[in-house]
Design a binder for this molecule. Sequence first.
Ligand SMILES: Nc1ncnc2c1ncn2[C@@H]1O[C@H](COP(=O)(O)OP(=O)(O)OP(=O)(O)O)[C@@H](O)[C@H]1O
Ligand SMILES: [Mg+2]
Length: 163
Amino acid sequence: MTVPAPLTLTLASEAQTHRLAAALAKLAAPGVTVLLDGPVGAGKTTLARHVILALLAQTGQVEDVPSPTFTIVQTYEAGPLEIWHADLYRLTSTAELNELGLEAAFDTAFCLVEWPDRIGKDRPDALTIALGYGNGENERTALITATGSAQPVLDRLKESLSQ
Ligand SMILES: Nc1ncnc2c1ncn2[C@@H]1O[C@H](COP(=O)(O)OP(=O)(O)OP(=O)(O)O)[C@@H](O)[C@H]1O
Ligand SMILES: [Mg+2]
């Protein structure tokens, strides 16, 4: 299998981040993991929140999607799909990942993970979105890559965004 080329996007405004979120929501499935890299305030929670809101809306749910900064993990159910939103910033050891059940969730749920560097070297196959600051207050950049079984997911994301 050929490795898909990275996808580079300029998100000129929050509306464009929402558009990326809508495209990601279409790819959500058990075993799909999205790792969200980038500095404080880059937009990791904003992107994850809009993916989750889109998925909940599909099943008629309107719910708050708080940042999991303090709880580390927030879970949701969109019909049969389990969604895990994690913020690992406050994680103190990799053993905690197991205790949280996140490693098992990588196989069974759709996972969105902020601060994935805390996972160490046993990262799951995933779509990695590295967010960064762009020109001006509301511009962000996104560099999207994929490893292993997530490579077809990146191909589908490119297709979806080109429509
Ligand atoms: N194009 C954009 N995309 C996403 N967020 C944007 C954009 N422009 C401005 N923002 C703002 O930037 C902020 C991003 O905050 P957010 O909490 O999503 O960052 P974060 O990466 O999760 O930070 P942390 O590392 O603290 O968890 C929000 O206030 C959001 O409104
Ligand atoms: Mg955040």
